[in-house]
Design a protein around this ligand. Structure first.
Ligand SMILES: Cc1ncc(COP(=O)(O)O)c(C=O)c1O
Ligand SMILES: [Zn+2]
Length: 412
């Protein structure tokens, strides 16, 4: 008996894991994304994960809530157990009880996406594939690339040629076959599906592969373990395709189902204003019909006009009374600098977007002096130095002489 089944998010049709690979044939790629539904009558028998278990095993500490059984393949790269910092500076500044910043840019390839790639690669090995592929704005690609490298799999990556140079370089360093497409992420995604599926490679595309969200949900679960005492009131996270946002809802609700927690924090999905397609779809209400747009944002990782996990993101947000907001590119860029100066955590634009969202809700008066907040930094700032430099002054070059003292004492 399998410990889970796969269920279509739209028509609720159920499939055994061996019956289906990606999406529901009735509802198609967009509306027919599959949910992994566990048999909690088996899972409830296990006590909650402890801090030492999390420190030792990272995301695999939650394998009782992951789609694996018995002996399974674990790529040999430490993923998860990322630092959680309490910032008294930010809680004082914004008038809330506590602010916690989770630095997921500290994963092995420097983004949250490692959580999903680790699970995807484990599944590819379990299923006997030798090549994996994905389309990505950059981070999912570099993380798949790294995890494929350490697992002895070939990887083929479809990325927009405009992705930041650090992300493109990571792909080449790890030895992927890199197809740098002169088009948007949305187009690269469609091309990857046409090519990868016909070649018989394993697909690690957002929303299409039902197991990615399972890897991503471990971040929410870590938060619960790291903050054992009182639960958070709000968790802020950025959204592009919507899988990361959906994964926070699923992570907390799977934990609740398993008996480990009682309440789910209010989850706030934060989008860039120029690519706020999920927010638009959510605001139009049920039944959710994807609204696609031409996306444009400095936050390349969430610059998505045709979000692939929009249905799950909207459905879960509705069910759990979450919120979806948007912030401007200017707010995102300024948040990179403020977050670094106040907490020491350097985020890429999509990582700082969550913090920008927190500031927006705080300004709107929604957060009280009793509120406890979690901010998820999904990607490391070194991934995209060009964007951060847009809000920094140009460096003045100085001659190497003793006039330097005048410079530092503020004289001309
Ligand atoms: C750093 C970072 N943050 C957030 C996201 C958003 O994730 P999703 O596309 O699942 O909404 C991504 C996706 O690429 C990302 O790389
Ligand atoms: Zn269906």
């Amino acid at each position: 008996m399998s410990k889970y089944i796969l269920k279509c998010i739209t028509c609720s049709r159920e499939f055994l894991p061996d019956e289906i690979e990606y999406t529901c044939p009735n509802c198609g790629e967009r509306k027919g994304t599959l949910e992994v539904v566990y048999d909690f009558s088996i899972i409830r028998k296990r006590p909650p994960v402890t801090l030492p278990e999390l420190e030792r095993d990272g995301i695999w500490a939650f394998d009782y809530l992951l789609p694996f059984k018995g002996e399974y393949f674990r790529p040999n790269l430490m993923v998860g157990n990322t630092p959680l910092y309490e910032s008294k500076v930010l809680s004082r500044k914004y008038g809330v009880a506590e602010v916690f910043v989770k630095d997921d840019g500290r994963n092995p390839t420097a983004s949250f996406k490692d959580r999903a790639s680790a699970v995807a690669v484990a599944k590819a090995v379990e299923k006997g594939f030798s090549t994996v592929f994905c389309a990505s704005t950059g981070n999912a690609a570099s993380s798949l690339s790294g995890f494929a490298a350490v697992s002895g799999l070939k990887s083929v990556i479809f990325v927009p040629a405009t992705s930041p140079i650090a992300k493109l370089t990571q792909l080449q360093v790890y030895g992927s076959r890199v197809l740098a497409i002169e088009a948007s992420y949305d187009r690269a995604f469609d091309l990857s599906m046409e090519t990868g599926i016909s070649m018989g490679w394993y697909c690690r595309n957002s929303a299409i592969n039902p197991y990615l969200l399972e890897g991503k949900k471990t971040c929410a679960m870590e938060l619960a373990v790291q903050l054992q005492s009182t639960p958070l009131d709000y968790v802020f996270v950025s959204a592009g395709d919507g899988t990361v946002l959906a994964s926070f809802h699923k992570g907390f609700s799977d934990l609740r189902e398993s008996g480990a927690i009682n309440v789910i924090p209010r989850i706030v999905g934060v989008q860039a204003s120029g690519s706020a397609a999920i927010k638009m779809t959510f605001e139009r209400g049920e039944p959710f019909e994807p609204i696609d747009i031409e996306a444009s944002s400095v936050a390349d990782s969430i610059c998505v006009g045709k979000p692939r996990d929009v249905i799950k993101a909207c459905r879960y947000t509705k069910e759990n009374e979450g919120i979806i907001i948007d912030v401007s590119d200017r707010e995102i860029l300024e948040s990179i600098v403020e977050l670094a100066r106040e907490t020491g955590v350097f985020a890429e634009p999509a990582g700082a977007t969550a913090f920008a969202g927190f500031k927006k809700l705080s300004r709107a008066g929604l957060l009280t002096p009793e509120t406890r907040v979690g901010i998820i930094v999904t990607g490391n700032g070194l991934k995209d130095l060009k964007s951060a430099s847009l809000v920094l002054p140009e460096l003045k070059k100085l001659p190497p002489d003793k006039n330097i003292v005048k410079e530092v004492s503020g004289e001309d």
